[in-house]
Design a protein around this ligand. Structure first.
Ligand code: BTN
Length: 325
């Protein structure tokens, strides 16, 4: 590890407290002048570092540069983190790592994506400096039936993480979009690789995109009508590195319990379609009915006008329209 990396790691590990130049120099085993140079080089990269005489240095709570060292400092379980300033899609990057054997928990994070992917072949607008674009490789030992719950489980983890940091309610709109005040702030795309030999899950890549900081002047009018960011909806500027650590911790906890479906109770409490008349596209067929709940497979149960009941699985159906009752 070079001086720059050591200084960043030490400052990240101090959790917002000041570390004196002498302490840093001592810990890293270099001169105070070398520490000063490392801090200057971090500042040149864009890191916001506060230097206060008599106290030392700390990473400013306002720092908005994504960093593996800072994210790692907030993790309960360490893992490989790949932090990129730009990539086409963190899901694509993570899938390549996974097919090369990357281990469970490996995460790819990007400041921006040039070809961010959404569900059903849609794109996910991913401008720099505002969002958290994260893909996590998981290799859980679960049945294919349980694997279908991964995205819903991740939606609960993401809702909990955002809520913990901004103190405001986050809703889930089936299938797996997160909403605040009726506007989408997060989407999730899970891609999986199955082993034909064992007929089981080889790995899954959970891709989570959260609009964190204001997008008002960045998103075009059309996108602004439906999508928003946590800051635009709450006025709270969540730190993206902190959000990434909290989200990875929550994801670990929720996924560890996926078999017993305990996350579903939390999912149902947040779900906003229930009680509304919806039209969904189920395998090419348009189905209209009243959403009456979420079943144990995270399918949306709808009651059709003839009184019959149908479960729409997230894999097969997508939402077309919601009519408020
Ligand atoms: C959706 O809203 O339809 C799902 C959006 C998923 C976006 C995330 S951003 C991180 C990861 N990389 C991608 O290309 N997509 C997912």
């Amino acid at each position: 590890m070079n001086v720059r990396e050591s200084a960043l790691k030490t400052l990240a590990g101090a959790n917002g407290k000041f570390v004196s130049g002498a302490q840093l120099a001592d810990k890293i085993g270099v001169s105070r002048n070398a520490v000063w140079k490392a801090v200057k080089s971090l500042e040149n990269e864009g890191f916001a570092i506060e230097a206060v005489s008599g106290k030392g240095y700390r990473i400013s709570p306002e720092n908005n540069v994504l960093s593996a060292e800072i994210i790692s400092a907030g993790l309960k379980t360490q893992r490989r983190l790949v932090v990129l300033s730009e990539t086409d899609s963190t899901n694509n990057y993570a899938k390549e790592l996974a097919s090369d054997g990357a281990t469970h928990g490996t995460a790819v994070i990007a400041d921006s994506q040039t070809a961010g992917k959404g569900r059903l072949g849609r794109s996910f607008f991913s401008p720099p400096g505002t969002g958290l674009y994260l893909s996590v490789i998981i290799r859980p030992d679960i049945s294919l039936e349980t694997a279908q719950l991964i995205t819903s489980c991740a939606a609960v983890a993401a809702a909990e993480a955002v809520e913990e940091l901004c103190g405001r309610d986050v809703s889930v709109k089936w299938v797996n979009d997160l909403y605040m005040n009726g506007r989408k702030i997060c989407g999730i795309l899970t891609e999986a690789s199955l082993s034909l030999e064992t007929k089981s899950l080889d790995y899954a890549v959970i891709g989570i995109g959260i609009n964190v900081l204001s997008v008002k002047n960045i998103f075009g009018q059309e996108l602004n009508d439906t999508a928003a960011s946590v800051e635009d909806e709450t006025g709270v500027k969540i730190n993206r590195n902190t959000l990434c650590s909290v989200l990875l911790n929550r994801l670990d906890e929720r996924l560890a319990d996926i078999e017993n479906r305990s996350f579903l109770e939390n999912y149902r409490r947040r779900e906003i379609l229930t009680g509304n008349v919806i039209t969904a596209n189920a395998g090419g067929e348009k189905v209209t009915g009243t959403a009456i709940g979420i079943d144990d497979n995270a399918s949306l149960i709808i009651q059709l006008p003839d009184g019959s009941v149908r479960a729409l699985s997230s894999g097969e159906a997508s939402l077309c329209r919601v009519k408020k009752e």
